[in-house]
Design a protein around this ligand. Structure first.
Ligand code: FES
Ligand code: FES
Length: 151
């Protein structure tokens, strides 16, 4: 049994300690906003926050989460940075097919929580691990800037 705090709610899940967090979110808890892309920490589709730090949940064993707070795309809108990013994504219609976008939003929200006024280099560094097959990178960068401008 593993105890996880996810979006402010504590869940007891009956899984092995080495089960990937992504599997628990999607298959055990039915929180399907976090996406499976590559499964090997190369695409960023599965990004969630652990105590505010963006991590790849496909390569994070639930046994390593401990008491760290997990925030997913279902909960990030309750954070100030997450709310700004989600509004900016809507304002600019950033998504195309949308598959990568929950991961993009999680990385962008973590960036803005740490760096409220990021420059291009900050944005590129923070978003480099999030792949978009649709090539929405220009809108993603504008989305981060727009989010940073929101009060
Ligand atoms: S599914 Fe985790 S990084 Fe691609
Ligand atoms: S919007 Fe389609 S993969 Fe990014």
């Amino acid at each position: 049994m593993v105890k996880l705090s996810i979006n402010g709610t504590v869940h007891d899940v009956d899984v092995e300690q080495d089960t990937p967090l992504l599997w628990v979110l999607r298959d055990v808890l039915g929180m399907t906003g976090t996406k499976f892309g590559c499964g090997v920490a190369q695409c960023g589709a599965c990004t969630v926050h652990l105590d505010g730090t963006p991590v790849r949940s496909c390569q994070t064993a639930v046994g390593d989460v401990g008491e760290m707070a997990v925030v997913t795309i279902e909960g990030v809108g309750a954070t100030p940075a997450g709310a700004k990013v989600q509004k900016a994504w809507m304002d600019l219609q950033v998504a195309q097919c949308g598959y990568c976008q929950s991961g993009q939003i999680m990385s962008a929200a973590a960036l803005l929580a740490q760096t409220p006024a990021p420059n291009d280099a900050d944005i590129d560094a923070a978003m480099a691990g999030n792949i978009c097959r649709c090539g929405t990178y220009v809108r993603i960068r504008e989305g981060v800037k727009h989010a940073a401008s929101l009060t």
